[in-house]
Design a protein around this ligand. Sequence first.
Ligand SMILES: CCCCCCCCCCCCCC(=O)SCCNC(=O)CCNC(=O)[C@H](O)C(C)(C)COP(=O)(O)OP(=O)(O)OC[C@H]1O[C@@H](n2cnc3c(N)ncnc32)[C@H](O)[C@@H]1OP(=O)(O)O
Length: 194
Amino acid sequence: MSGTSAALTPPADAVAPVRHPDAPPPGELLGAHYEHCFGCGGGQPHGLHLQARAGEGVSVTAEFTVKPAHQGAPGLAHGGVLATALDETLGSLNWLLRTIAVTGRLETDFVRPVPVDTVLHLDARITAVHGRKIYSTATGRIGGPEGPVAVRADALFIEVKVDHFIENGRPAEIQAAMADPDQVKRARAFEVNP
Ligand SMILES: CCCCCCCCCCCCCC(=O)SCCNC(=O)CCNC(=O)[C@H](O)C(C)(C)COP(=O)(O)OP(=O)(O)OC[C@H]1O[C@@H](n2cnc3c(N)ncnc32)[C@H](O)[C@@H]1OP(=O)(O)O
């Protein structure tokens, strides 16, 4: 069963997404937006270590290998972990717009069970933009990039300013991030008109 709620259907006056002229070229790895991100950071031992790569237009591809730490049922990936993989891949699309945005809504279909050691091949693209609202869709396939769909999602991301993190994040991590020149550089790469 699948279906997209009205909140994830772009309004009639939504526009097509525009790839930023300084977006990484197709094929380039995007890298982690934050070292301690559970989805993409190298500093999380049990994280997903998901690696996203710029695609054509406003699209990305990504891979995530399911590890024993990601189990829900014996030998199978936890659904919340698979939703995280979709969320992270969809979030990385904002590199291509150079916009900072957070997930407002994520609707996920779990189509097939995903065993431990499986490589999940993810593919995501932005479908429309309406003001601060960014509409996107993703699939995760198993057995190869052209294999059967195991999970899919539609999402709505909402554009925010860097202040969103500064005002809401725990001060210790915010101060550490702001003191790290690499982190500041990565945050800038997301900003519109830096
Ligand atoms: C220094 C560190 C830098 C790090 C940089 C990289 C970070 C990247 C991280 C990526 C990590 C991976 C990704 C992650 O894990 S991101 C982490 C998970 N997400 C969050 O924590 C977000 C929590 N939510 C919020 O902060 C607020 O609710 C936001 C900011 C989203 C909106 O509150 P705000 O007060 O700003 O805006 P608004 O309420 O006026 O709404 C605006 C418009 O949006 C529409 N709307 C809103 N919500 C929904 C909804 N649920 N369904 C349908 N529609 C919704 C709303 O109707 C309105 O539409 P319209 O009336 O205009 O038509």
